[in-house]
Each structure stands twice: as C-alpha cells, then as structure tokens.
Ligand binder design. Structure first.
Ligand SMILES: Nc1ncnc2c1ncn2[C@@H]1O[C@H](COP(=O)(O)OP(=O)(O)OP(=O)(O)O)[C@@H](O)[C@H]1O
Ligand SMILES: [Mg+2]
Length: 336
C-alpha cells in the first residue's frame, strides 16, 4: 500500500501582479518530502526558490494567484483561510530566514521571543514556556543560556542570532523545517556550524528539511535530493550525488562550471574571471513558450523555444527536462 507523503507539492503555479502584468514566478513545481528527509532547492538568483518556500508557508506577497496542490499529511493548504494557515505556520511548518534580524524583534528579549510561540500555540504557562525556551536555546548551542535569556538580539553575534532563530523555529516541534539561505549572512567558519546543527536536528527530531542555497558545495554535503530551479520551473531533480555526477541538464552544468572553487592556485598576474553562465535569467513576464533556459543554452535548437521539455527519467528518481539530451550525449561522446 502506498503511504501518504508528509509534504506533497503538485503542479504548483504562482503568479504575482507587477506594474507590467502578471509575473509567472512558479511554473508547475512538483515534489514530495518525507519525515527525516532532506531536499535542496538550487538555482540562480530570481529562479523562484524563495517563492516556493513562501508558498509553503502561506506567506506569498499580496495579490498572488496560486494553483495546483500543496498537501501536508494529505491536507490541502492552498486556499486555506488565514486563521487555519496560522495554525500550521510555525507549528507544523517553520522557516529559518537568511538574515536573522528579519525573524528577531530587536526590541524584545530573546527568551521572550522563543517562549512566545510556546505560550500562543502550545498553551504553556509563562514559567513552563521559559523553561522550554531555555532548553531550546541550550540545544542550539547558546552558551550560558540561563544567564543570557534576558538579553536583546543586538547583544549576540550573527551566528548566535541565527541559532536563536533556529530555536524559535523549533519551538512548536514542526514537521517541516524550511531554511532559506540560512548561512549566507554569516562568515565561512560559522556557516558549517549552523549547517551541522540543522543536520543534527533533522536526524534527532525526524523533521523534513527543505534547504535553499545557491552553493553547490553546501547542497552536496547537506541534502539527499535536489531540485534544480530555473525561471520558476524545476529543470532537473533527483538524488544529489547522481545529479552532480551526471550533470545532465545544460543549466546544471552551467551552475557546476561557475561554482567558486577553494584552493585553486593561479599563475602570477591578473586572476582569470570566474566562469559564469552567459546571458541573464529570463524575464518572468515574457518567458519562452518552451524551455525556460532556451536562448541561454549552448545546445538550443529551434524546438526548445516552442516545446516544453517533457520529463525524462534517467535513473531511479532522477528526472531531467531537456529536449537535447541525446544531442548532448553525442557531443560528449565525441569529445572523449
Ligand atoms: N513582490 C513581488 N512582486 C513581483 N515579483 C516578485 C516579487 N518578489 C519577487 N518577485 C520575482 O519573483 C522571482 C523569483 O524570486 P525569488 O525571490 O523566489 O528568487 P530566488 O530564487 O529566491 O532568488 P535569490 O537567490 O536572489 O534569493 C524573481 O524574478 C523576483 O523578481
Ligand atoms: Mg531567495
């Protein structure tokens, strides 16, 4: 018997109103996510990663038009009234944002901010909520939490602030944790500590993690499966290791080639520029009718502009949307 996925997103479309018309920010996203599993969203700036996260949280900008389905344990979330969504947001799906100060209120003590959802959603007494907040702050690695629980956000470093927002996200024991670029505002030494903490918490609490990052190295280490997004569509999805090994979609190849590499030594003289993907992300008000990457892709053929690439299953769970897979394979073969 097929069991129901924890989270099931099917053919999710989101349009946002702009002065020039409707922008198609998500164009038919589908994926599932199970308890204790990790899924990454990767893609250039503007590819729709944050919009996918905000759609899950029910926090899309005003006037957004949505269609498709977004189910948590079988319950449809799209179209739920605000009150019902509020019950789910924070309690069952929680989010860690890129910049901790967007989640923290500078005017309130951190203990109060972590305790508040416990009182509101779980109905704990002030005393019990404070105890629980203390335990959470301790768990996320705030040293000497008992002494610092009455301090304000500005009295903590960036890394500590991100730990506090993680404690807030965990407060109600969410089943799904979304982390949107949770470490890009931090320096490199702190980044891995926060990512390690998230990984530990996922295992410990059997949460499902949706991690958003533009860093391929982070994805390779942190998530089991990956969705590669471009122009509001998923162009490739599958097990992370398999995606990076095959680099099947030309866009995934472009991202791979453009990744910054540590430890590369350059000859004396001016540094070569970092490779980039030629061209820029498409205008969401005027996308090609076919593949969103058509025009920017070195392998574009006429059909790419007009035909939406159907999903091709390359291996178990590895799906690529590209009309030119055979042509690319032939070119690769000739190069060898
Ligand atoms: N309020 C809005 N109204 C109209 N369009 C918007 C709005 N907010 C974002 N967009 C557009 O939606 C598209 C997707 O944005 P999104 O923030 O999801 O990108 P992203 O993949 O998260 O990028 P980044 O890596 O920069 O965070 C972008 O083209 C953006 O310009
Ligand atoms: Mg974003």
């Amino acid at each position: 018997m097929k069991t129901m996925p924890l989270l099931e997103v099917t053919d999710l479309h989101v349009h946002l109103p702009t002065r020039r018309g409707w922008a198609a920010v998500l164009r038919g996203i589908s994926f599932t996510l199970e308890c204790g599993d990790t899924l990454g969203l990767i893609g250039e700036s503007g590819s729709g990663k944050s919009m996918a996260a905000l759609a899950l949280m029910g926090l899309l900008p005003d006037g957004a038009r949505t269609s498709g389905s977004l189910r948590l344990n079988g319950q449809e979330l799209l179209g739920l009234p605000d009150k019902a969504l509020c019950q789910i947001r924070g309690q069952r799906i929680a989010m860690v944002f890129q910049e901790p100060m967007t989640a923290l209120n500078p005017l309130h003590r951190i203990g109060h901010q972590v305790a508040e959802p416990l009182r509101l959603h779980r109905g704990l007494s002030a005393r019990a909520a404070k105890q629980e907040a203390l335990a959470l702050l301790d768990r996320v690695g705030i040293a000497d939490a008992a002494r610092r629980i009455d301090a304000y956000p500005h009295q903590f470093s960036g890394g500590q602030r991100q730990r506090i927002t993680i404690a807030m996200a965990l407060a109600c024991g969410p089943e799904v944790l979304i982390a949107d670029e949770p470490t890009t505002a931090l320096d490199v030494t702190l980044q891995q500590q926060i990512l390690d903490l998230l990984a530990e918490l996922v295992t410990e609490r059997q949460m499902a993690l949706l991690l958003i990052s533009h860093d391929l190295g982070v994805m390779a280490r942190q998530v089991r499966r990956l969705l590669v997004m471009y122009g509001g569509s998923v162009v490739e999805s599958g097990p992370t290791a398999e995606i990076f090994q095959t680099l099947a979609h030309p866009y995934t190849r472009g991202l791979w080639a453009a990744r910054p590499r540590w430890g590369v030594s350059y000859p004396p003289g001016p540094r070569p520029p970092l490779p980039t993907i030629a061209g820029s992300v498409p205008d969401l008000l005027d996308l090609p009718a076919g593949c969103p990457f058509a025009g920017r892709c070195a392998f574009t053929a006429q059909a790419c502009y007009t035909t939406v690439p159907p999903p091709t299953l390359l291996a178990d769970g590895h799906v690529v949307r590209c009309l030119r897979l055979d042509a690319i394979a032939a070119i690769d073969k000739n190069k060898k």
